[in-house]
Design a protein around this ligand. Sequence first.
Ligand code: HAM
Length: 415
Amino acid sequence: MNDILPSQTPAWRYLEEQARQLFEQYGIEEIRTPIVESTDLFKRSIGEVTDIVEKEMYTFEDRNGDSLTLRPEGTASVVRACEEHGMLYNQTQRLWYAGPMFRHERPQKGRYRQFHQIGVECFGFPGPDIDAELIVMTFRLWQKLGLDQQVTLQINSLGTAASRQAYRSALTAYLSDFKDQLDEDSLRRLETNPLRILDTKDPKTRAVLKEAPVFSEYLDDVSRQHFDELCGLLTSSGVPFEVNPALVRGLDYYGLTVFEWVTDTLGAQGTICAGGRYDGLVEQLGGKPTPAVGFAMGVERLVLLLETHGCLPSSLLDRLDFFIAASGEGAQAFAFDVACQLRSSQHSAKVIMNFGGGSLKTQMKRADKSGATYALVIGEAEVAARSVTLKYLRTDKPQKSQSLTEFLSGLGRLM
Ligand code: HAM
């Protein structure tokens, strides 16, 4: 779990702002849900037999003895909130969220125990058109951020529930002949959730999987049509993609479309954005059958990528504009007034005042260290004349004394 320090927050804010502006263009509204939910919600949605639920959740009992969990992802919470507030009744929804998620994973570059996602979830749209729109939208975000050359899109279809059932049977039958070569987790999953085995990192199991039946051969007509239409829409939108038949995702709620945006410039944790369709989840959590699709991106990984490729605009490192130095009888009170008027007449002005006294020489040293472009010096003469002395800290222009009114009306030229 990390602190995000002042040197890093401008990049975070930049990314969050770019995403927010884009979502607004697509009519997507913001939702904020609690960080803690009942444990049961995640077990029932993400799936009992997944790494997240089996090994990674931060789960605890509260004072009432209820089992609660720090959210490991946002989708389940959004579905719960929509159901709870009747938002899916004869309505469609396009929603986005941003915030911290928690998974007890082995930390490494790009993988943390508290990490942040920005996600989108849409409800009530059954066709591949919305799948395509979300993917095209993420592509536009990479373009806006200057990252489109660094990422590639992988897509796959996990088919309808019927296709998955047929494939599950075929896979189980095949793997049952190689039980002695499967790792412990995969052996257990053979009975409970065989599709999860496709995700294994164990080299021996991976070798067995090389000859396993392929999902795409078990897709029914509905699944195939959905996928073909999606591919067609992506192609006509000019979004390059690769079909990756091994893409299965680590959460159980997906069916039909799944996708991941990956980069090879961040090391092992290269997925920066991932999602797909989960038409069965709302019903599984007690609602009426509702088609749904969404994605989430990893903010830490995106910030790393922006930094790695020098994609952060230099204006993010904007320096302070004014440092106000004051010394002498009545100077501090007048300086407060100057700062206040300066901030009200120029809302973008970044102004700090000298606090803690000190001689003018000391204060000018602080002004220089602050990185400010200008110093405003206020001594007894300035108090008497209601004027300010402007010093240029980064160029050797001569200093200038002006009445406060004159200075404020000429501010536009300084900034
Ligand atoms: P996910 O693939 O588990 O999907 O996570 C989405 C993204 O969150 C990942 O691609 C990655 O960028 C980031 N991420 C995940 N775990 C970590 C971690 N430990 N440290 C840093 N970044 C991480 C979901 O969470 C789904 N809820 C996505 C979704 C929304 N599907 C449909 N709607």
